[in-house]
Design a protein around this ligand. Structure first.
Ligand code: FCB
Length: 443
């Protein structure tokens, strides 16, 4: 592949704490909602839990060496809030903090740029016992935790992400119950979304009050919606779908308002979130960049009495990954161009993109040509977007290595590195080797 990205483009790999760290009860770590949820019968495929995961907590040096060996510029990881504050607030756990100090030092010594996500879904269980994200106080606790992290790491971590995919935390955690804490109540989901956004805004405020020259943003999952036909009804349905899933998060953060049409629909169904007068001002505190997790698109059309948004999903057209997600690289281009047009010249990062396939380890090798092709095709579309003037600044592959894929457990592999969980041996898949090769052409 012969593509030249800008010289200062940041290439990386991404992970999240609960998915890789393991060491669930080591060094004073508190319980998170994912510990509780994964140990609840029937919630996770094969009854898997994150107790051990990739044992990254104990193998971080080996893993950083592996990241270095890939030739990337940056590593996106998340900090486990329950390691820092086992009870969510109050007494800090110095040993938990120390782990991230060692990790960040290791990255810096290897000339890797740390990009830290403060919340990738592992809420301290103690806070869930008080209502979790449906309790306004949780946002305050998040701000306090974030402020401590900025004090400790503000001068060494240049990129910060407040929340990873608040849509998932709210809608899958409190709406359909497929994720921790497993609640199924649309009203709670929309309230949780509001307090998540409020927590994001409070954290950005805290960041601005700490000196340092880092940058802060939020990562949203965005699947662009395409209309099933050109009919005005289908076009409107696709727009409504995008506003409900993505605009509901983007607009408050970037415009200081919820999308009006969706707000009215929620209001009509008595689902609108409770909020205070200044909340949207806090939520829209200026950010430095927007993080995008892109995996697939959706096709929507009008008409569905079961959905309050009156839209229905259409089957995908092209090949799918093992997750059942349609492979549609053009979607990342369309999305980037749309965001740039709609929200202006805010720097953008792809903070996750990657694919799950049924990988086979044979004699130490994994020939995952489908994943390599997936990545190549998405790189091509990102390059196209940059050529079209979109300020895309970096790209993080999801994921560095196979890990605990939430409700799908360990059976679903997204890594460019294969993990043999029995021995904790890591093997570079062909996609990792290709990525490393590609990166040598970008220096
Ligand atoms: C995203 C999550 C990430 C991973 C990928 C496949 O929604 O942020 O942790 O599970 O999906």
């Amino acid at each position: 592949m012969n593509l030249q990205f800008p010289k200062d483009f940041i290439w990386g790999v991404a992970t999240a704490a609960y998915q890789i760290e393991g060491a669930y009860n080591q060094d004073g770590r508190g319980e998170s909602i994912w510990d509780r949820f994964s140990k609840t019968h029937g919630k996770i495929l094969n009854g898997d839990t994150g107790d051990v995961a990739c044992d990254h907590y104990n193998r971080y040096q080996e893993d950083v060496a592996m990241i270095k060996n890939l030739g990337v510029d940056s590593y996106r990881f998340s900090i486990a809030w329950p390691r820092i504050f086992p009870n969510g607030f109050g007494k800090l756990n110095p040993k938990g903090l120390d782990f991230y100090k060692r990790l960040v030092n290791e990255l810096l010594e290897n000339d890797l740029i740390p990009c830290a996500t403060l919340y990738h879904w592992d809420l301290p269980q103690v806070l869930q016992d008080k209502g979790g994200w449906t309790n306004r106080d949780t946002a305050k606790c998040f701000q306090d935790y974030a402020a401590i992290m900025f004090q400790e790491f503000g001068d060494v971590v240049p990129y910060w992400i407040t929340l990873n995919e608040p849509w998932c935390s709210a809608q899958m955690g409190y709406g359909n119950g497929q994720h921790a804490p497993g609640i199924k109540d649309p009203k709670q989901a929309i309230q949780a979304a509001h307090y998540l956004l409020y927590a994001h805004g409070l954290a950005v405020e805290a960041f601005r009050s700490v000196t340092g020259n880092g940058q802060i943003g939020i990562t949203l999952n965005m699947s662009p919606k395409y209309p099933a036909s050109d009919s005005p009804e289908d076009v409107a349905a696709a727009q409504r779908g995008f506003a409900a899933d993505v605009g509901w998060y983007l607009d408050p953060v970037l415009k200081g308002a919820y999308p009006e049409e969706i707000f009215q629909i929620y209001k009509k169904h008595n689902l609108a979130p409770e909020m205070e007068a200044k909340d949207l001002d806090v939520i829209s505190t200026a950010i430095d960049f927007l993080g995008i997790n892109y995996y697939h698109r959706r096709i929507l059309g009008a008409g569905n009495p079961d959905s309050i948004f009156n839209y229905k999903s259409y089957p995908s057209v092209y090949e799918k990954t093992r997750m059942g997600w349609e492979i549609y690289p053009e979607g990342i281009y369309d999305l980037l161009v749309y965001l740039n047009k709609t929200y202006g010249d805010l720097p953008l990062f792809i903070t996750e993109n990657g694919a799950c396939f049924d990988d086979q380890l044979v004699e130490g090798e994994v020939h995952d040509h489908q994943r390599t092709k997936y990545l190549q095709d998405h790189f091509v579309q990102c390059h196209r977007a940059i050529e079209a003037g979109v300020p895309l600044k970096g790209f993080y592959v999801w994921s560095l290595m196979d890990n605990f894929e939430w409700a799908y457990g360990y059976d679903y592999r997204f890594g460019i590195v294969y993990v043999d969980y029995e021995t904790q041996t890591r093997y570079l898949k062909d996609s990792a080797k290709w990525y490393r090769e590609f990166l040598t052409t970008q220096k």
